[in-house]
Design a protein around this ligand. Structure first.
Ligand code: SAM
Length: 196
């Protein structure tokens, strides 16, 4: 299983945004929506072996985490507007103590960044995507791995401390600082090449 955790530092945790304003009023939710596309879309299929955790830390009711599970996903289309709508619908759900299913393959919970990383650290290796890490072409990538990355901003010191407590491999994808969604594509590509 390949998992990605994206820290949405300002992304709205409430459904109070317009679908034509996801880059502004929704706290750069556009960045996270593009991460959904990069995580799951192949040319004619969805990646079944992938999960994506979007941790929403902005708006008036943070934190919330929206989890996308590739082997259950339905109704996911490549356009940003319809994916934003799926996320907005998830944020309308009444939440209990665990995860609530919003639509097939999409779950929402009150998990914080620390909750998510700590829980995944118990069931998989953690990798920290960072410009100053070890070249991805030189590192081992286990079958079961969780990659953690920032949105349009790097992880805060506090978030970094949470990730580092799991003794992650620090992985660099190349010499330039990239958009989060592009990082996900490059990780998938590297794993695709190794597993073909
Ligand atoms: C858009 S970047 C964040 C801001 C960026 N570090 C800057 O200074 O402009 C989003 C995230 O993608 C990851 N990232 C970007 N470029 C990377 C690279 N070359 N190697 C590994 N991770 C990278 C990091 O986790 C980063 O926090």
């Amino acid at each position: 299983m390949i998992r990605f955790v994206v820290a949405g530092h300002r992304a709205h945790s409430t459904a109070d945004f317009k679908l034509d304003d996801i880059a502004g009023g929704a706290g750069r939710l556009d960045v996270l929506v593009r991460c959904v596309n990069s995580s799951f879309f192949l040319s004619h299929a969805l990646r079944q072996d992938t999960e994506l955790y979007l941790v929403l830390m902005g708006g008036t009711d943070p934190p919330k985490t929206v989890r996308f599970s590739g082997n259950e996903l339905k109704y996911l289309n490549p356009d940003e507007r319809s994916t934003s709508s799926l996320i907005r619908n998830a944020l309308l759900k009444k939440l209990g103590s665990g995860e609530t299913r919003a639509s097939p393959g999409i779950y929402v919970s009150r998990m914080s960044f620390k909750d998510v990383v700590d829980s995944l650290g118990k069931i998989s290796d953690i990798a920290y995507l960072k410009e100053d890490g070890n070249d991805i072409r030189t590192v081992q990538i286990p079958e079961n791995i969780t990659f953690v990355l920032g949105d349009d901003r790097d992880l805060t010191e506090e978030e970094e401390t949470v990730v580092l407590s799991h003794g992650p491999e620090r992985i660099c994808l190349g010499p330039k600082s990239l958009h989060a969604d592009h990082c996900i594509i490059l990780v998938h590509n590297e794993i695709d090449r190794r597993r073909q």
